[in-house]
Design a protein around this ligand. Sequence first.
Ligand code: NAP
Length: 302
Amino acid sequence: MNIMNKSFSINAAVNIPAIGFGTYLITKDDVAAAVRSAIGVGYRHMDTAAVYDNEAGVGEGIRAGIKDNGLSRDDIFVTTKLWPGASEWGETAKTEVQTLAECEMSLKRLGLDYVDLYLIHSPHGGSQRVNQWRALVKLKQAGKVRSIGVSNFTEAHIEEIRAAGLPMPEANQIELHPWSQKPQLIAYMKQHGIAPIAYSSLAPLSTWRTGQDSAKPEDLKAGDNFFAVLAAKYGVTEAQLLLRWGIQNGYAVLPKSLNPVRMRQNLELDGFAIDDADMEAIIKMDRGGGIAWSMGDPTKVI
Ligand SMILES: NC(=O)c1ccc[n+]([C@@H]2O[C@H](COP(=O)([O-])OP(=O)(O)OC[C@H]3O[C@@H](n4cnc5c(N)ncnc54)[C@H](OP(=O)(O)O)[C@@H]3O)[C@@H](O)[C@H]2O)c1
């Protein structure tokens, strides 16, 4: 099957494309053109967030991409995220009512009537976390969002929702790549029918986020040439190998690139499959916690 047409189920009515376009760290000046190009080369999922401060440009790029390519709104899957408010950073957590209003503001900035997936961006909402989730359940009932989920939530955070007797999240967007495989969290999500969505799939690359504020520290750049050797064996790039690993595990992936060659390359994941022995070998590359966002102790509720 052509991976560009492949998708994973989020709920009975909603499928998420296997490959999406990430927009974190793409500025509001660059993002409309980037999203338009991404749709032009075949991306059908755009991932943004209120805190990325680029939703208006993402919406502009979607409208242009739809027009250029004779598409309709429902051909594009759009994810955005509630910034929950983090007391750790001097912010106040959003209440249920504020969460409902935040979603309306995101829709307005995007210029859309609905999004396909709305996520609570992180568990930083503390005592408001369950109230924020209550708001997402209402937003889905009201048809403002087609599916709802969380991001960076651990088992303990999700258990709070279960204990409150609320519908469970349909997806959890987390940092997932061979260096951070989170087997316990993935098993828990599988048990509860929560779709994994992988972010920062390319984090093991030595050049990951080069030139950006959050580039990797030197000690994480060093390493063996495990992925380079494996990529050469399959005749693909390391980035393609890492993305294919995610999809073979059943994770939707969200590569971000502003480089036209890499933007296309990240969609070209057909024509090879990582064999079982190599998938087994990759399991041994797990280093535990993530790089992009440390999730800390999975049993600890922030
Ligand atoms: N929910 C969350 O908390 C959360 C956190 C992080 C990310 N995300 C989402 O996930 C998306 C992806 O994660 P990410 O942006 O952290 O990282 P990523 O997509 O894993 O990696 C992006 C980096 O890799 C480079 N790159 C892209 N394609 C490449 C290729 N084929 N070969 C070599 N280098 C390549 C990019 O540079 P160039 O642009 O120069 O190509 C950039 O430096 C984000 O954009 C965002 O939408 C969500």
